[in-house]
Each structure stands twice: as C-alpha cells, then as structure tokens.
Ligand binder design. Structure first.
Ligand code: ATP
Length: 239
C-alpha cells in the first residue's frame, strides 16, 4: 500500500460515560473505496463522525496526510479535505436543491466539482434545481446530500448509509455514480448495511462489531462465512 492518506490508531469514542468505540485501527490509501459494514449499533456512524470532528477524539488518534486531526472542529476538517454525507441526508428544508448544493461550496476548496459537473452526474437535480430539497424523492434527496459534500471538493468522502430507506433500483442508481467520483481521484469511505452492495463497490471491507473491528480484508477475498461470523458474532453464525 502507498503511504496512507488517513489512519486511526486505537480510536475510542464515548457518549457521556458510554463507550461506543474501543480502539479502532483503520488505514485508508489514496484512491481507495473502503466499506464499513456491521450490525446496528456496531459503531459505524460514530466512527465516521469521529473522523468528521462531530464526535470528540484525541488529536493523535486520527491522522490525515501525516497531520493529527482528531478533535479538530468540523469546519476545519472540511477545509482540510474530509467531507461527510450524513445518515438521513439532512437537507436544509427551506432551501432549494441548488441552494442546498451551494451550502457545500462554502469551504471553497479547489477541485473538479461544481454545479455543472454535479448536474451532469445527476441530471434530475438540474431539472429540480429550484424545487425545495425536501420535495424530492428519497433517492433524489440522497443525490443532493452526496452532491453537497462533493461541492466542498474533498479528498476523502465519508458516506453514511447512502442506501438507507431506498429501493434497490434507487440504491443502484446512487452507487452508479461512484466510479465517476473515484475516477476524479476521490478516496471514499462508505458505511453500508447492504453487504452485497458493499462488497460490489469496495476494494476493502472493515466489519465492526460492538465498537471493535471484527474483520478486515480485500472485498473480493473475504468469504460469506467470514463476513457473517464477523457481522453477527460467532454464536449467531453457528446458530
Ligand atoms: P446504525 O446502523 O444503527 O446507525 P452504527 O453501527 O452506526 O449503527 P452507532 O450509531 O455508531 O452505530 O452507535 C454505536 C453505539 O453508540 C450504540 O450503542 C449507540 O446506542 C450509541 N450511540 C450512538 N449515538 C449516540 C448518542 N448520540 N448518544 C448516546 N449513545 C449513542
């Protein structure tokens, strides 16, 4: 692997007294698409939020391009080149599609993504550019949420459950954009409950279980048995 773009070492996370992550070691190389899978409550969202500065982390436990970034304010992390597509899209309800997209451009990094590029990627958003974001279908809202993150021209895109609540055909439509996104040199981390989709689109997979990494490997080499054991735990896999 080339020198890693992003690493975490022994990353822990807490909500008050409750510990959600118990020492995550994670490595991301430039240009990779890595999927994080795992059951509800395994800590996947907490991990992405820690990377994005939304959950506190000790400075040295997260390094991006050689610099410690743990616990920096979220805006500073976006400026450095990490952008998150939050679970549940989180559009601004009073703003139009285009205004929502432009909110992502406030970090003003240089790069390939602009309104015309996004409208070429998702033509339906050009048609609906003046509509309120919340009047769109779930899939279209997800395109806006993805587009808003791309508008900050990140080096690393963090996607939390893009497929949540969407029909399979819509999920495929969203993921069909990934080769274009990675083709622009973007490095991507996806949290994905749909294991089949995660295996199809990623080069490597991390499986989380109860706040720990239970399995890590190349997506094409991990067996179904390995994944289900790491996902559900040994007892469930043998049940
Ligand atoms: P899901 O697929 O359900 O989103 P997940 O793998 O993303 O699951 P997290 O949302 O990261 O899991 O949750 C990890 C643990 O942290 C769980 O035990 C959860 O109950 C707890 N947790 C998550 N968010 C909070 C919060 N805001 N306050 C307190 N506990 C939380």
């Amino acid at each position: 692997m080339n020198s890693p773009l992003l690493t975490t070492r022994g990353l822990q996370a807490f909500y008050g007294d409750a510990q959600a992550l118990f020492g995550i070691d994670f490595t991301l190389a430039a240009g990779e698409l890595v999927a994080i899978i795992g059951a509800n409550g395994a800590g996947k969202s907490t991990f992405l939020k820690s990377l994005a500065g939304l959950v506190r982390a000790p400075r040295e436990t997260i390094r991006f391009k050689g610099e410690p970034i743990g616990g920096l304010p979220p805006g500073e992390i976006v400026r450095r080149g990490l952008a998150m597509v939050p679970e549940g899209r989180r559009l601004f309800p009073s703003l139009s599609v285009e205004e929502n997209l432009l909110m992502g451009a406030t970090a003003a990094r240089k790069g390939p993504w602009s309104l015309p590029r996004l409208y070429a990627l998702f033509p339906i958003l050009a048609e609906k550019r003046h509509a309120p974001g919340t009047s769109l279908s779930g899939g279209q809202q997800q395109m806006v949420a993805l587009g808003r993150a791309l508008m900050s021209n990140p080096e690393v895109l963090l996607c939390d459950e893009l497929s949540l609540g969407l029909a399979p055909i819509v999920i495929r439509e969203i993921y069909a954009a990934m080769p274009t996104i990675t083709g622009e040199g973007m490095t991507v981390v996806i949290v994905e409950q749909d294991v089949t989709m995660a295996r199809q689109v990623s080069q490597r997979i991390y499986c989380f279980q109860e706040g720990r990494v239970s399995l890590e490997g190349n997506s094409g080499e991990l067996t179904r048995e390995q994944i289900s054991q790491a996902y559900f735990g040994i007892e469930a896999a043998h049940a």
